[in-house]
Design a protein around this ligand. Structure first.
Ligand SMILES: *Cc1c(COP(=O)(O)O)cnc(C)c1O
Ligand SMILES: [Zn+2]
Length: 424
């Protein structure tokens, strides 16, 4: 069914897909690989939920049933409050009153199905996934219906975040990295696991399945609005969602039926940790050079912790800098106070709780309206990347995924493997 090629924009070659996330020809300097789909037009299948977008996902066939999807609707109350006339909300989370049923409550849940399906089709047996929490919860959910072993690597300090509305299955192992490790340290640890044990790294922003999975947010939006939005608002940590939205917008432009105006990216980070905003506002392709200690000091002061990736794919070919450049994008630095009050405004006007990152996105939209960055009648898409966590707890019993192993940053990999084998 699904038919695609992997293309390397660096050397222009078609790359054979064996769960390939790096061009073998260009090596570690490889730009982000891209998918090219046989259908240049958006032709959703006549099925419910996520897999309707199979023709634009890098999978041969649909995976197990997954009815979850972004819910897109036109805002009435928040729009009125901000003086906007054409504001659409892409809600990713749990909100049964609006048929929103992503039970891990963020848009990361859209990354897991195509990634796991692609991995299974390519024969991946062991997958390593570093995560600050939301990606881990999304994949722990997705992998329940796959025969893939998932090793989730989290900073020890984040372990309380692995709370889920179901019991964790046996094919998941949670590895917590101790010693003040943060998200970027868990990424480094996971990289060592893949290099030294030969397991497959899920791939992060380099994984086309992850980006095209996130791209479905925009696809769902245009099915609703019939037009590519003029402005796209999202809070970013790695920028994967922003890059994905940009890539999806280019596909929709090429389709031709959804307008000819390119979409402008409006992306935000949470002050005082705003490396991409700082670089972009100086029009620099390189992120500011700060010491790890400086970065960590800023990170602890941030309300929206999922936005604190220290090594985002900003400078990489086809990454955040290129997407912002091509879309004539804007970046916003949002304070904790601005985020908190925007979150209250959203809950009051739209009637659902949202996660801190989404509060940052709402604050950036408010700022854009105040600064004249958007016009009253412009078609705007606000990506609420996560919400409904409180609503979910009214309906579900929650379970905690405890670490199976606690490691140090320099734990020997053979010891780690032995320890995992002792506790199957
Ligand atoms: C991961 C995440 C983000 C940031 O997304 P990126 O585009 O990958 O930077 C924003 N909001 C939520 C809820 C997230 O989980
Ligand atoms: Zn190449």
């Amino acid at each position: 069914m699904g038919s695609y090629e992997l293309i390397c924009p660096g050397c222009g070659r078609v790359v054979e897909d064996s769960y390939t996330n790096l061009c073998p020809n260009c090596g570690s300097g490889s730009p982000l690989l891209r998918t090219k789909y046989e259908d240049a037009r958006l032709l959703p299948l006549n099925v419910e939920g996520f897999w309707k977008f199979l023709p634009w996902l890098p999978c041969g066939i649909s995976g197990p049933k997954f009815n979850g999807m972004t819910v897109v609707y036109e805002s009435e109350h928040l729009a009125a409050e901000l003086g906007l006339k054409n504001l659409h909300i892409a809600f990713n989370g749990y909100w049964p009153e609006r048929n929103a049923n992503l039970i891990t409550c963020t848009f990361k849940e859209l990354e897991a199905p195509p990634t796991l399906q692609r991995a299974q089709e390519k024969g991946v047996l062991n997958m390593v996934l570093p995560s600050a929490g939301n990606t881990a919860r999304a994949f722990i959910n997705g992998v329940r219906t796959y025969d893939i072993k998932l090793y989730v690597v989290i900073p020890y300090n984040y372990k309380h975040k692995l709370v889920l509305p179901f019991e964790v299955t046996k094919n998941v192992k949670v590895i917590a990295v101790n010693n003040g490790a943060d998200y970027s340290d868990s990424i480094a640890f996971a990289t060592r696991m893949t290099k030294e044990l030969g397991w497959v790294n899920e791939g992060g922003a380099r994984n086309v399945a992850r980006r095209d999975g996130l791209g479905t947010v925009l696809l769902e939006a245009v099915l609703h609005t019939k037009k590519i939005p003029k402005h796209y608002f999202q809070a970013v940590g790695s920028g994967t969602g922003g890059i994905a939205a940009w890539e999806a917008s280019k596909r929709l432009l090429a389709d031709g039926r959804f307008g000819e105006q390119p979409m402008k990216l409006h992306l935000s980070q949470n002050h005082p940790f705003t490396p991409m905003v700082d670089a972009w506002n100086k029009n620099l392709k390189e992120l500011p050079k700060e010491t790890e200690a400086q970065q960590k000091e800023a990170i602890v002061a941030v309300y929206a912790q999922v936005l604190t990736n220290r090594n985002p794919p900003y400078s990489i070919g086809g990454g955040m800098y290129d997407a912002l450049t091509a879309s004539n994008g804007v970046m916003y630095s949002i304070s904790n106070d601005e985020a908190l009050s925007a979150g209250k405004l959203f809950e009051k006007t739209e009637g659902i709780d949202i996660v801190p990152a989404s509060c940052v996105a709402v604050a950036s939209l408010k700022k854009a309206t105040e600064e004249g960055g958007v016009a009253t009648d412009d078609l705007i898409l606000l990506n609420i990347t996560g919400g409904g966590g409180e609503r979910l707890e009214e309906d579900y019993d929650m379970h905690r995924a405890h670490p199976d192993l606690v490691c140090d940053r320099d734990t020997d990999m053979q010891d780690l493997k032995n320890a995992l084998e002792d506790h199957p």
